[in-house]
Design a protein around this ligand. Sequence first.
Ligand SMILES: [Zn+2]
Ligand SMILES: [Zn+2]
Length: 448
Amino acid sequence: MGHLGQNILNYELENGVNMCCDEDCSKNEINTTLIQYAVKDLLTGLGEDINREGIIKTPLRVAKALCDGTRGYSQSAKEIVEGALFPEAGVDNTKVGHAGGVGGLVIVRDLEFYSYCESCMLPFYFKCHVGYVPSGQRVLGLSKLSRVTNVFAKRLQEPQRLADEVCFALHQGIEPAGVAVVLQCTHINIPDTVFDTNHKGLVETLVSSGSGVFENKDADMWGDVFGLLKFRGIDKDKVHVKGSLDQYWCPSLSSKIGEINPIMVTAVSSILKSLGEDPTRKELVGTPSRYVKWLMNFQYCSDIDGKLKLNGSPWSGEVNFDEKEVHSELNLPFWSQCEHHLLPFHGVVHIGYFISKGCHPIEKSLLQSIVLFYGFKLQVQERLTKQIAETISPLIGGNVIVVVEASHTCMVSRGIEKFGSNTATIAVLGRFSIDLAAKTAFLESIPK
Ligand SMILES: [Zn+2]
Ligand SMILES: [Zn+2]
Protein backbone atom coordinates (compact mmCIF):
# COMPACT_ATOMS: atom_id res chain seq x y z
CA MET A 1 0.00 0.00 0.00
CA GLY A 2 1.36 3.42 -0.96
CA HIS A 3 1.69 6.43 1.26
CA LEU A 4 -1.68 7.84 0.33
CA GLY A 5 -3.37 4.50 0.94
CA GLN A 6 -1.84 4.32 4.37
CA ASN A 7 -3.14 7.81 5.16
CA ILE A 8 -6.64 6.83 4.17
CA LEU A 9 -6.42 3.72 6.30
CA ASN A 10 -5.27 5.77 9.29
CA TYR A 11 -8.08 8.21 8.69
CA GLU A 12 -10.56 5.38 8.65
CA LEU A 13 -9.16 3.88 11.83
CA GLU A 14 -9.26 7.20 13.64
CA ASN A 15 -12.63 8.34 12.45
CA GLY A 16 -14.49 5.14 11.87
CA VAL A 17 -15.53 6.51 8.50
CA ASN A 18 -15.65 4.55 5.33
CA MET A 19 -13.70 6.64 2.87
CA CYS A 20 -14.71 6.00 -0.66
CA CYS A 21 -13.97 7.91 -3.77
CA ASP A 22 -17.04 7.25 -5.83
CA GLU A 23 -19.36 9.92 -7.11
CA ASP A 24 -22.06 9.39 -4.47
CA CYS A 25 -19.64 9.98 -1.68
CA SER A 26 -18.31 13.33 -2.91
CA LYS A 27 -21.86 14.39 -3.70
CA ASN A 28 -22.79 13.67 -0.08
CA GLU A 29 -19.86 15.72 1.13
CA ILE A 30 -20.90 18.68 -1.03
CA ASN A 31 -24.45 18.41 0.30
CA THR A 32 -23.27 18.30 3.91
CA THR A 33 -21.16 21.41 3.31
CA LEU A 34 -24.07 23.26 1.67
CA ILE A 35 -26.34 22.40 4.60
CA GLN A 36 -23.74 23.72 7.03
CA TYR A 37 -23.71 27.09 5.26
CA ALA A 38 -27.50 27.19 5.42
CA VAL A 39 -27.52 26.36 9.15
CA LYS A 40 -25.04 29.19 9.76
CA ASP A 41 -27.50 31.57 8.06
CA LEU A 42 -30.26 30.26 10.33
CA LEU A 43 -28.19 30.75 13.49
CA THR A 44 -27.22 34.27 12.39
CA GLY A 45 -30.88 35.01 11.69
CA LEU A 46 -31.65 33.98 15.28
CA GLY A 47 -29.18 36.58 16.51
CA GLU A 48 -26.66 33.99 17.64
CA ASP A 49 -22.89 34.31 17.45
CA ILE A 50 -21.96 31.37 15.23
CA ASN A 51 -18.52 31.22 16.83
CA ARG A 52 -19.90 30.78 20.35
CA GLU A 53 -18.36 27.65 21.83
CA GLY A 54 -21.65 25.81 22.44
CA ILE A 55 -22.85 26.15 18.87
CA ILE A 56 -19.69 26.29 16.78
CA LYS A 57 -20.15 22.65 15.75
CA THR A 58 -23.95 22.88 15.48
CA PRO A 59 -23.96 23.38 11.68
CA LEU A 60 -21.99 20.17 11.18
CA ARG A 61 -24.12 18.22 13.67
CA VAL A 62 -27.34 19.45 12.09
CA ALA A 63 -26.10 18.65 8.58
CA LYS A 64 -25.08 15.13 9.56
CA ALA A 65 -28.33 14.52 11.45
CA LEU A 66 -30.44 15.74 8.54
CA CYS A 67 -28.52 13.67 5.98
CA ASP A 68 -28.77 10.62 8.19
CA GLY A 69 -32.44 11.25 9.00
CA THR A 70 -33.32 11.44 5.30
CA ARG A 71 -31.05 8.67 4.01
CA GLY A 72 -34.13 6.90 2.67
CA TYR A 73 -33.90 9.05 -0.50
CA SER A 74 -30.86 7.06 -1.58
CA GLN A 75 -32.13 3.64 -0.51
CA SER A 76 -34.19 1.17 -2.47
CA ALA A 77 -36.92 -0.94 -0.93
CA LYS A 78 -36.72 -3.30 -3.91
CA GLU A 79 -33.13 -4.25 -3.14
CA ILE A 80 -34.03 -5.01 0.46
CA VAL A 81 -36.90 -7.32 -0.47
CA GLU A 82 -35.07 -9.11 -3.27
CA GLY A 83 -32.97 -11.87 -1.85
CA ALA A 84 -35.03 -12.12 1.33
CA LEU A 85 -37.91 -14.12 -0.12
CA PHE A 86 -38.00 -17.74 1.03
CA PRO A 87 -40.06 -20.67 -0.27
CA GLU A 88 -42.62 -21.85 2.24
CA ALA A 89 -45.47 -24.24 1.46
CA GLY A 90 -48.80 -23.37 3.01
CA VAL A 91 -52.17 -24.99 3.37
CA ASP A 92 -53.07 -27.02 0.31
CA ASN A 93 -55.41 -25.03 -1.89
CA THR A 94 -57.90 -27.87 -1.94
CA LYS A 95 -58.39 -27.66 1.84
CA VAL A 96 -60.48 -25.05 3.58
CA GLY A 97 -58.75 -22.48 5.80
CA HIS A 98 -55.49 -20.56 6.16
CA ALA A 99 -52.23 -21.32 7.87
CA GLY A 100 -49.38 -19.08 9.00
CA GLY A 101 -46.79 -18.87 6.27
CA VAL A 102 -48.91 -19.09 3.19
CA GLY A 103 -52.54 -18.14 3.03
CA GLY A 104 -52.67 -16.83 6.60
CA LEU A 105 -51.82 -13.38 7.91
CA VAL A 106 -48.29 -12.59 9.07
CA ILE A 107 -48.01 -9.40 11.10
CA VAL A 108 -45.11 -7.62 12.80
CA ARG A 109 -46.26 -5.23 15.49
CA ASP A 110 -44.84 -2.33 17.49
CA LEU A 111 -41.98 -1.33 15.21
CA GLU A 112 -40.82 2.11 16.33
CA PHE A 113 -39.44 4.80 14.05
CA TYR A 114 -39.16 8.49 13.58
CA SER A 115 -39.57 10.44 10.39
CA TYR A 116 -39.42 14.11 9.41
CA CYS A 117 -42.66 16.02 8.95
CA GLU A 118 -42.74 17.47 5.43
CA SER A 119 -44.78 20.47 6.59
CA CYS A 120 -42.51 21.76 9.36
CA MET A 121 -39.31 19.64 9.15
CA LEU A 122 -39.55 18.56 12.79
CA PRO A 123 -39.19 14.85 13.53
CA PHE A 124 -42.30 12.86 14.32
CA TYR A 125 -42.48 9.50 16.01
CA PHE A 126 -44.56 6.55 14.88
CA LYS A 127 -45.34 3.01 15.81
CA CYS A 128 -45.83 0.72 12.84
CA HIS A 129 -47.78 -2.53 12.54
CA VAL A 130 -47.30 -4.19 9.20
CA GLY A 131 -48.70 -7.42 7.89
CA TYR A 132 -49.23 -9.35 4.71
CA VAL A 133 -50.89 -12.50 3.42
CA PRO A 134 -48.32 -14.59 1.53
CA SER A 135 -49.08 -16.22 -1.79
CA GLY A 136 -47.14 -18.17 -4.41
CA GLN A 137 -45.45 -20.17 -1.63
CA ARG A 138 -43.11 -17.30 -0.74
CA VAL A 139 -42.54 -15.56 2.55
CA LEU A 140 -40.38 -12.54 3.37
CA GLY A 141 -37.67 -12.47 6.04
CA LEU A 142 -39.45 -10.73 8.93
CA SER A 143 -36.75 -8.11 9.57
CA LYS A 144 -37.31 -6.82 6.05
CA LEU A 145 -40.74 -5.47 6.92
CA SER A 146 -39.01 -3.18 9.38
CA ARG A 147 -36.21 -2.24 6.99
CA VAL A 148 -38.57 -1.38 4.16
CA THR A 149 -40.64 0.78 6.51
CA ASN A 150 -37.51 2.64 7.54
CA VAL A 151 -36.55 3.43 3.93
CA PHE A 152 -39.73 5.50 3.62
CA ALA A 153 -39.59 6.81 7.18
CA LYS A 154 -36.21 8.37 6.45
CA ARG A 155 -37.66 10.94 4.11
CA LEU A 156 -39.80 14.03 4.59
CA GLN A 157 -43.20 12.52 5.15
CA GLU A 158 -46.86 12.80 5.99
CA PRO A 159 -48.54 9.83 7.75
CA GLN A 160 -50.92 8.71 5.00
CA ARG A 161 -48.33 8.93 2.24
CA LEU A 162 -45.83 7.08 4.41
CA ALA A 163 -48.33 4.25 4.98
CA ASP A 164 -49.19 4.14 1.27
CA GLU A 165 -45.55 4.06 0.16
CA VAL A 166 -44.64 1.24 2.57
CA CYS A 167 -47.70 -0.71 1.47
CA PHE A 168 -47.01 -0.22 -2.23
CA ALA A 169 -43.32 -1.14 -1.98
CA LEU A 170 -44.04 -4.33 -0.04
CA HIS A 171 -46.78 -5.32 -2.43
CA GLN A 172 -44.51 -4.84 -5.44
CA GLY A 173 -41.64 -6.69 -3.78
CA ILE A 174 -43.42 -9.70 -2.23
CA GLU A 175 -46.33 -10.06 -4.64
CA PRO A 176 -48.48 -11.38 -1.80
CA ALA A 177 -52.26 -11.71 -1.59
CA GLY A 178 -52.25 -8.37 0.21
CA VAL A 179 -50.38 -5.97 2.49
CA ALA A 180 -51.79 -4.10 5.51
CA VAL A 181 -50.03 -1.18 7.18
CA VAL A 182 -51.22 0.61 10.33
CA LEU A 183 -49.31 3.62 11.69
CA GLN A 184 -49.79 5.38 15.03
CA CYS A 185 -48.12 8.75 14.55
CA THR A 186 -47.24 11.38 17.16
CA HIS A 187 -46.22 14.95 16.34
CA ILE A 188 -45.17 17.51 18.94
CA ASN A 189 -47.52 20.43 19.11
CA ILE A 190 -45.85 23.75 18.61
CA PRO A 191 -47.01 26.54 20.91
CA ASP A 192 -48.17 29.45 18.80
CA THR A 193 -46.53 32.16 20.86
CA VAL A 194 -43.70 32.21 23.35
CA PHE A 195 -45.99 32.67 26.34
CA ASP A 196 -48.70 30.25 25.26
CA THR A 197 -49.10 27.73 28.05
CA ASN A 198 -52.35 26.30 26.71
CA HIS A 199 -50.80 24.25 23.93
CA LYS A 200 -52.09 20.72 23.56
CA GLY A 201 -48.86 18.78 23.97
CA LEU A 202 -48.89 16.08 21.35
CA VAL A 203 -50.93 15.50 18.22
CA GLU A 204 -51.71 11.87 17.49
CA THR A 205 -53.16 10.23 14.44
CA LEU A 206 -53.88 6.73 13.20
CA VAL A 207 -53.69 5.87 9.50
CA SER A 208 -53.81 2.68 7.48
CA SER A 209 -53.09 1.49 3.98
CA GLY A 210 -54.00 -1.79 2.31
CA SER A 211 -53.45 -3.62 -0.96
CA GLY A 212 -54.86 -6.81 -2.51
CA VAL A 213 -57.17 -8.52 -0.03
CA PHE A 214 -56.84 -5.39 2.17
CA GLU A 215 -57.64 -2.95 -0.64
CA ASN A 216 -61.16 -2.47 0.64
CA LYS A 217 -61.17 -0.88 4.08
CA ASP A 218 -64.15 -3.00 5.10
CA ALA A 219 -62.65 -6.29 3.87
CA ASP A 220 -62.94 -9.21 6.29
CA MET A 221 -59.16 -9.61 6.35
CA TRP A 222 -58.85 -6.28 8.21
CA GLY A 223 -60.77 -7.99 11.01
CA ASP A 224 -57.75 -10.28 11.57
CA VAL A 225 -55.36 -7.31 11.65
CA PHE A 226 -57.37 -5.24 14.11
CA GLY A 227 -58.16 -8.34 16.13
CA LEU A 228 -54.43 -8.79 16.66
CA LEU A 229 -53.93 -5.09 17.43
CA LYS A 230 -56.72 -4.80 19.97
CA PHE A 231 -54.48 -5.42 22.94
CA ARG A 232 -52.76 -2.19 22.01
CA GLY A 233 -55.93 -0.21 22.27
CA ILE A 234 -56.04 0.32 18.52
CA ASP A 235 -59.56 0.77 17.34
CA LYS A 236 -60.46 0.30 13.69
CA ASP A 237 -63.04 3.08 13.87
CA LYS A 238 -60.39 5.61 14.83
CA VAL A 239 -58.38 5.17 11.63
CA HIS A 240 -58.45 8.31 9.52
CA VAL A 241 -60.11 8.08 6.18
CA LYS A 242 -57.73 8.94 3.34
CA GLY A 243 -57.66 12.61 2.47
CA SER A 244 -59.21 13.76 5.73
CA LEU A 245 -55.96 14.19 7.56
CA ASP A 246 -54.48 17.48 6.37
CA GLN A 247 -56.32 19.71 8.82
CA TYR A 248 -55.51 17.50 11.81
CA TRP A 249 -51.89 16.54 11.51
CA CYS A 250 -49.03 19.08 11.53
CA PRO A 251 -49.91 21.96 13.90
CA SER A 252 -47.76 24.38 11.87
CA LEU A 253 -50.30 24.18 9.03
CA SER A 254 -52.94 25.93 11.09
CA SER A 255 -50.79 28.73 12.46
CA LYS A 256 -50.44 32.07 10.68
CA ILE A 257 -47.09 33.11 9.29
CA GLY A 258 -46.21 36.79 9.58
CA GLU A 259 -43.04 38.51 8.41
CA ILE A 260 -40.25 36.04 7.89
CA ASN A 261 -36.56 36.69 7.30
CA PRO A 262 -36.07 35.88 3.57
CA ILE A 263 -32.42 34.84 4.02
CA MET A 264 -33.50 32.17 6.50
CA VAL A 265 -36.26 30.96 4.18
CA THR A 266 -33.76 30.64 1.31
CA ALA A 267 -31.43 28.74 3.64
CA VAL A 268 -34.13 26.17 4.46
CA SER A 269 -35.02 25.77 0.76
CA SER A 270 -31.39 25.03 0.01
CA ILE A 271 -31.35 22.43 2.80
CA LEU A 272 -34.36 20.70 1.23
CA LYS A 273 -32.58 20.64 -2.10
CA SER A 274 -29.37 19.26 -0.60
CA LEU A 275 -31.36 16.45 1.03
CA GLY A 276 -32.59 15.36 -2.38
CA GLU A 277 -36.04 16.93 -2.17
CA ASP A 278 -37.74 19.24 -4.61
CA PRO A 279 -38.55 22.47 -2.69
CA THR A 280 -41.19 23.29 -5.31
CA ARG A 281 -43.14 20.09 -4.60
CA LYS A 282 -46.66 21.22 -3.70
CA GLU A 283 -46.51 19.96 -0.10
CA LEU A 284 -43.12 21.59 0.53
CA VAL A 285 -43.76 25.09 -0.81
CA GLY A 286 -44.60 26.58 2.60
CA THR A 287 -42.26 24.36 4.61
CA PRO A 288 -39.26 26.73 4.79
CA SER A 289 -41.42 29.59 6.14
CA ARG A 290 -43.09 27.30 8.66
CA TYR A 291 -39.75 25.96 9.87
CA VAL A 292 -38.30 29.46 10.20
CA LYS A 293 -41.37 30.58 12.11
CA TRP A 294 -40.86 27.74 14.59
CA LEU A 295 -37.16 28.54 14.88
CA MET A 296 -37.81 32.23 15.54
CA ASN A 297 -39.54 31.24 18.78
CA PHE A 298 -36.01 30.65 20.03
CA GLN A 299 -34.54 33.96 18.92
CA TYR A 300 -31.68 35.17 21.07
CA CYS A 301 -32.76 37.57 23.80
CA SER A 302 -30.49 38.37 26.71
CA ASP A 303 -32.79 40.64 28.64
CA ILE A 304 -35.29 38.91 30.90
CA ASP A 305 -36.43 42.17 32.52
CA GLY A 306 -37.50 43.39 29.13
CA LYS A 307 -39.87 40.44 28.77
CA LEU A 308 -40.85 39.99 32.39
CA LYS A 309 -41.53 42.40 35.17
CA LEU A 310 -39.68 40.86 38.07
CA ASN A 311 -41.01 41.96 41.41
CA GLY A 312 -39.20 42.14 44.72
CA SER A 313 -35.74 43.50 45.31
CA PRO A 314 -32.65 41.30 45.34
CA TRP A 315 -32.12 39.75 48.71
CA SER A 316 -28.79 39.44 50.47
CA GLY A 317 -28.47 37.77 53.83
CA GLU A 318 -27.82 34.48 55.51
CA VAL A 319 -29.26 31.10 54.68
CA ASN A 320 -32.53 30.77 56.58
CA PHE A 321 -33.28 27.50 58.37
CA ASP A 322 -36.36 28.72 60.22
CA GLU A 323 -38.88 28.11 57.51
CA LYS A 324 -40.48 24.70 57.83
CA GLU A 325 -42.61 24.67 54.75
CA VAL A 326 -41.29 24.24 51.22
CA HIS A 327 -43.26 26.31 48.73
CA SER A 328 -43.51 24.37 45.54
CA GLU A 329 -44.81 24.72 42.04
CA LEU A 330 -44.80 21.45 40.11
CA ASN A 331 -45.27 20.58 36.45
CA LEU A 332 -44.72 23.96 34.82
CA PRO A 333 -44.57 23.15 31.09
CA PHE A 334 -41.72 24.44 28.92
CA TRP A 335 -40.38 24.24 25.38
CA SER A 336 -36.84 24.62 24.27
CA GLN A 337 -34.51 24.00 21.37
CA CYS A 338 -31.33 21.97 21.79
CA GLU A 339 -28.49 24.18 20.64
CA HIS A 340 -26.37 21.22 19.60
CA HIS A 341 -28.86 19.75 17.14
CA LEU A 342 -31.46 22.49 16.56
CA LEU A 343 -34.14 20.05 17.66
CA PRO A 344 -36.82 20.62 20.28
CA PHE A 345 -36.89 19.30 23.80
CA HIS A 346 -39.85 19.81 26.05
CA GLY A 347 -41.19 18.78 29.40
CA VAL A 348 -41.92 20.16 32.84
CA VAL A 349 -40.13 22.13 35.53
CA HIS A 350 -40.60 21.63 39.28
CA ILE A 351 -39.58 24.44 41.61
CA GLY A 352 -39.28 24.36 45.40
CA TYR A 353 -38.13 27.18 47.67
CA PHE A 354 -38.05 28.51 51.22
CA ILE A 355 -38.93 32.14 51.84
CA SER A 356 -36.53 34.24 53.82
CA LYS A 357 -37.61 37.21 55.98
CA GLY A 358 -38.66 40.17 53.92
CA CYS A 359 -39.47 38.05 50.85
CA HIS A 360 -42.85 36.92 49.54
CA PRO A 361 -44.08 33.78 47.82
CA ILE A 362 -43.80 34.02 44.05
CA GLU A 363 -46.92 33.97 41.91
CA LYS A 364 -47.23 30.84 39.79
CA SER A 365 -47.61 32.98 36.67
CA LEU A 366 -44.24 34.65 37.29
CA LEU A 367 -42.53 31.28 37.77
CA GLN A 368 -44.13 30.05 34.56
CA SER A 369 -42.90 33.16 32.72
CA ILE A 370 -39.35 32.64 33.98
CA VAL A 371 -39.48 29.01 32.85
CA LEU A 372 -40.78 29.92 29.41
CA PHE A 373 -38.32 32.79 29.02
CA TYR A 374 -35.31 30.57 29.57
CA GLY A 375 -36.85 27.77 27.55
CA PHE A 376 -37.39 29.81 24.43
CA LYS A 377 -33.83 30.09 23.24
CA LEU A 378 -31.15 27.77 21.98
CA GLN A 379 -30.39 25.83 25.12
CA VAL A 380 -28.95 22.83 26.86
CA GLN A 381 -31.04 21.34 29.64
CA GLU A 382 -28.33 21.73 32.30
CA ARG A 383 -28.01 25.45 31.62
CA LEU A 384 -31.78 25.92 31.55
CA THR A 385 -32.05 24.36 35.02
CA LYS A 386 -29.28 26.55 36.42
CA GLN A 387 -30.63 29.77 34.90
CA ILE A 388 -34.09 29.20 36.33
CA ALA A 389 -32.64 28.56 39.80
CA GLU A 390 -30.38 31.61 39.63
CA THR A 391 -33.23 33.87 38.54
CA ILE A 392 -35.55 32.74 41.33
CA SER A 393 -32.91 32.70 44.05
CA PRO A 394 -32.67 36.48 44.74
CA LEU A 395 -36.47 36.80 44.81
CA ILE A 396 -36.96 34.53 47.81
CA GLY A 397 -33.71 34.67 49.70
CA GLY A 398 -31.45 32.14 48.09
CA ASN A 399 -32.95 28.74 48.98
CA VAL A 400 -34.26 27.13 45.84
CA ILE A 401 -34.35 23.76 44.10
CA VAL A 402 -35.19 23.29 40.43
CA VAL A 403 -35.82 19.99 38.66
CA VAL A 404 -36.30 19.83 34.88
CA GLU A 405 -37.71 16.71 33.25
CA ALA A 406 -37.57 16.61 29.46
CA SER A 407 -37.78 14.41 26.39
CA HIS A 408 -35.28 15.29 23.72
CA THR A 409 -36.16 14.89 20.08
CA CYS A 410 -32.44 14.62 19.34
CA MET A 411 -32.29 11.47 21.48
CA VAL A 412 -34.52 9.65 19.03
CA SER A 413 -33.57 11.24 15.78
CA ARG A 414 -29.80 11.36 16.15
CA GLY A 415 -29.21 7.72 15.45
CA ILE A 416 -29.61 6.74 19.10
CA GLU A 417 -33.31 6.05 18.59
CA LYS A 418 -34.03 5.52 22.26
CA PHE A 419 -37.76 5.99 22.32
CA GLY A 420 -39.56 7.18 25.42
CA SER A 421 -36.41 8.11 27.33
CA ASN A 422 -36.49 11.13 29.58
CA THR A 423 -33.74 13.32 31.00
CA ALA A 424 -33.88 14.89 34.46
CA THR A 425 -31.60 17.66 35.70
CA ILE A 426 -31.43 19.30 39.10
CA ALA A 427 -30.05 22.59 40.45
CA VAL A 428 -29.88 23.37 44.18
CA LEU A 429 -28.96 26.65 45.82
CA GLY A 430 -28.63 27.73 49.45
CA ARG A 431 -30.25 25.53 52.05
CA PHE A 432 -31.19 22.79 49.60
CA SER A 433 -27.53 22.09 48.97
CA ILE A 434 -26.87 21.23 52.64
CA ASP A 435 -30.27 20.25 54.05
CA LEU A 436 -30.61 16.71 52.70
CA ALA A 437 -34.00 16.15 54.33
CA ALA A 438 -35.49 19.23 52.66
CA LYS A 439 -34.13 18.18 49.29
CA THR A 440 -35.37 14.60 49.62
CA ALA A 441 -38.81 15.74 50.76
CA PHE A 442 -39.11 17.98 47.71
CA LEU A 443 -37.93 15.29 45.29
CA GLU A 444 -40.44 12.86 46.77
CA SER A 445 -43.25 15.34 46.24
CA ILE A 446 -42.69 15.29 42.45
CA PRO A 447 -45.43 13.20 40.83
CA LYS A 448 -44.28 10.20 38.81
ZN1 LIG B 1 -45.05 19.13 11.23
ZN1 LIG C 1 -29.44 17.65 21.19
